[in-house]
Design a binder for this molecule. Structure first.
Ligand code: FES
Length: 123
């Protein structure tokens, strides 16, 4: 079993044309996912960083959306031209690409400062 240092989830969700939410597929999600896979392979990182195609990551307005784990760095408006920079600076160099980050206050989901409910569903 491979033990990856990072997972990169890339949204490729597709919606009907005319859906006001738009979708990452229409903004190039498939192409971004393909670029991650190809460029990671070329750098010999196939067993180190795992790019995974993902369904909607619930940050649609910022598509194409990618999230890097385990550090939970969210990127928005990612294009094929940004992939090299994310790989070199973040996945290899350890420094997130600030110009592409979705600010925490703009992310949908729970408030990270919210008090736990104790019901085991604090996510
Ligand atoms: S469609 Fe990509 S985040 Fe929702």
């Amino acid at each position: 079993m491979a033990l990856f240092q990072h997972h990169v989830f890339i949204c490729i969700n597709e919606r009907e044309p005319g859906d006001t939410r738009g979708c990452c597929a229409a903004r190039g999600g498939h192409e971004v996912a393909k670029a991650f896979k190809q460029k990671l392979y070329e750098r010999g990182l196939k067993r180190v960083v795992r790019p995974n195609k993902a369904g909607c990551l619930d940050q649609c307005a910022a598509g194409v959306v990618c999230v890097v784990y385990p550090e939970a760095v969210w990127y928005g408006r990612v294009t094929v031209d940004d992939v090299d920079e994310i790989i070199e600076q973040h996945l290899i160099g350890g420094t997130p690409v600030e110009r592409l980050r979705i600010p925490p206050e703009a992310l949908t989901g729970i408030d990270p400062d919210a008090e736990p409910t104790g019901d085991g569903f604090d996510f």
